[in-house]
Design a binder for this molecule. Structure first.
Ligand code: GLC
Length: 627
């Protein structure tokens, strides 16, 4: 062997060892490295295809491990009602998410995907989850700490199913109750909506004080990334028409619809979803001034911006009419992740082509991917990409249901209590001979949960999930000697002949979501009004209204002895009986103006011509009989 061969051999051996070590050591996979260094290292390694893949969110129904791997897909979602199987267990959810994740982890760089879902009032797609009151009721509580506890519980239930990301909270400021999504809004008052952003630290964890403004924060495996939505002005559309046009000056937009985003960003919200609606005629999904110049540059938001479902398609009318324009306009406006959700190859091909033809600059792609990676690194997804079953018992736990029951109590608003102030009807006696429970919503868990429950639009009946109907709550509460008679829609003769001590009538709106809830009359559909007339004309009655917003009630008010606004209480109907029978007192104050007639709308607190049936802030109180 030549005299140089040994040193050369040694050198080559060292190089191999170094290369091997280098191959084993990847800076971006090292959690001890600074966040910026990890992002930079990974970005430098990524191809255009891998970068564009990160910007794609697809629906669960078109996702497979192979699709995740082949297209480097960065995110998957469950659309409303999209479940691995009917009444799937937490374990089944974990297995489904993990199977897709393994597809992502098997890619060259092993970048974990992030799975997102709507948990807008608890983990509402999932059977046996605790369903909390919808935001329209939570705003009544004016209790940020309660909302934070709800966020904490929701995060645990979402993580129980292996999911680390929720499209919540909706921080819309609903200014017209004709909007089908008004129940997703905490209030017409931006200050209440700002208070309710306390749900974000509940969902994500409390951001450390020293954190830089706008940087996303998610505190590990029992917390989830949140999503402030829908940016911006979704609740201000003309006549409340969903996805329509919000006509308002910049000052109005900034003073009514923007404030809760300031709070959300200061709390480290990880993502912001763009609204389908337009501002003064310009679609938010193509509004670069507000998405990039204002949200990203002025407010210093450092998380990622996600489109709504087919949000870029709806930039054009009809939707998808010019997809290349939609891709250029949406990505160009500053949207980082596109909720495609089905035609992902079309999106990937179109965006790739527009980047290669320099229509969309590489700098825009790099900004988007950097933000997506930042959220994934910050929330520990690289360290813990695969879920386990350690939290499955959190789903629908007794503790969470008790929290939801407390929330229900605090959301109720007592609007009338007896035909004379001197003879209040509530609280009702637990011990009496015979009482009637009536109405379409008395024994209907689906109606009391409302939309975004198990399915997108929600369901009627009692089979959709587990919980306590108002009828069963009454039965649980009264003295065993009290006879409880239930009749969904009794006639007056039946009521008279039975000589009930009093009646509880529970009526309201059917379940709905988004545009399917848009209304131009806000009436309680039959048989609600007939049930009120038949029952309240024959016996003392308390009417409990289950609705996603204030509805027309004035025509029946004189017949009604006591009136309770219960909004959409969710699975824990026991909270309603707690107040009807005095175990707790009524405390809720309206967070929305209660109209007399639809032609008064829009009508919000502070308006000059303000003539409501019940004003913003109104609510009668009762004392608990327990103390
Ligand atoms: C819906 C809603 C949005 C939701 C998304 C995913 O259309 O606008 O609030 O998060 O699609 O379900």
């Amino acid at each position: 062997m030549g005299r140089f061969s040994i040193p050369i051999m040694g050198f080559m051996l060292l190089c191999c060892l170094a290369a091997l070590t280098e191959a084993k050591y990847l800076k971006y996979k090292d959690p001890k490295q600074p966040l910026g260094a990890r992002i930079k290292d990974l970005m430098n390694k990524m191809t255009l295809a891998e970068k564009i893949g990160q910007m794609v969110q697809i629906e669960r129904s078109v996702a497979t491990p192979d699709v995740m791997k082949t297209y480097f897909i960065g995110s998957v979602l469950s659309g409303g009602g999209s479940v691995p199987a009917p009444k799937a267990s937490a374990e089944a959810w974990v297995n489904m998410v993990n199977e897709l994740q393994k597809g992502s982890l098997s890619t060259r760089l092993g970048i974990p995907m992030i799975y997102g879902i709507d948990a807008v009032h608890g983990h509402n797609n999932v059977y046996n989850a605790t369903i909390f009151p919808h935001n329209v009721g939570l705003g009544v509580t004016r209790d940020p700490q309660l909302i934070k506890r709800i966020g904490d519980a929701t995060a645990l239930e979402v993580r129980a199913t292996g999911i680390p990301y929720v499209f919540a909270p909706c921080i819309a400021v609903c200014r017209d109750p004709r909007w089908g999504r008004c129940y997703e809004s905490y209030s017409e008052d931006p200050k209440i909506v700002q208070q309710m952003t306390e749900i974000i630290p509940g969902l994500q964890g409390e951001i450390p004080v020293k954190s830089r403004k706008g940087v996303p924060f998610v505190a590990g495996k029992q917390k989830v990334a949140a999503c402030a939505k829908h940016f911006v002005g979704d609740g201000g559309t003309t006549k409340g028409i969903d996805e329509n046009n919000t006509v308002i000056g910049l000052n109005g937009l900034l003073s009514i619809h923007m404030p809760a985003y300031y709070n959300s960003i200061s709390m480290g919200v990880a993502t912001v979803m763009i609204s389908y609606s337009s501002w003064n005629g310009k679609r938010m999904h193509e509004n670069r001034d507000l998405v990039t110049d204002f949200l990203k540059n002025k407010l210093k938001f450092k998380g990622f911006v996600i489109s709504d479902w087919q949000g870029i398609d709806r930039i054009t009318s009809p939707p998808h009419a010019n997809y290349s324009y939609s891709v250029e306009a949406g990505v160009g406006a500053g949207i980082d992740m596109i909720m495609v959700p089905y035609n992902f190859t079309e999106f990937i091909d179109d965006l790739t082509d527009q980047v290669k033809r320099k229509i969309i600059p590489m700098s825009r792609i790099d900004d988007a991917v950097k933000r997506i990676l930042r959220v994934k690194f910050v929330m520990g997804l690289f360290e813990n990409p695969v879920a386990d079953f350690s939290l499955v018992n959190q789903l629908g736990s007794k503790e969470h249901r008790e929290l939801a029951r407390e929330a229900v109590r605090k959301t109720l608003v007592l609007l009338k209590n007896g035909k004379s102030a001197y003879k209040p009807l509530l609280p009702l006696p637990k011990k009496t001979a015979k009482i009637l429970v009536a109405g379409s919503h008395a024994d209907n868990l689906g109606h009391q949960c409302g939309g975004w429950t198990i399915t997108w639009q929600g369901l009627g009946g009692n089979d959709l999930t587990t919980g306590t109907t108002i009828l069963n709550a009454v039965k649980n509460t009264v003295d065993p000697s009290t006879q409880v008679v239930y009749s969904e829609n009794p006639d007056a003769e039946f009521v008279k002949s039975n000589k009930f001590s009093f009646a509880i009538v529970v009526v309201g709106e059917p379940s709905y979501a988004e545009m399917f809830g848009d209304s131009n009359n806000l009436t309680i559909p039959e048989p609600g009004p007939s049930t009120i007339s038949n029952v309240c004309g024959a016996v003392q009655c308390v009417v409990v209204v289950i609705s996603g917003r204030p509805v027309i009630i004035q025509p029946y008010l004189a017949k009604i002895d006591a009136l309770v606004a219960a909004w959409l209480p969710g699975t824990e109907g026991q909270g309603i009986a707690d107040l009807l029978f005095g175990d707790y007192g009524f405390t809720g104050k309206l967070a929305r103006t209660w109209l007399k007639t639809v032609d008064q709308l829009p009508m919000n607190v502070g308006d000059p011509h303000y003539d409501p049936l019940f004003p913003f802030g109104f609510g009668l109180t009762t004392k608990s009989t327990k103390n």
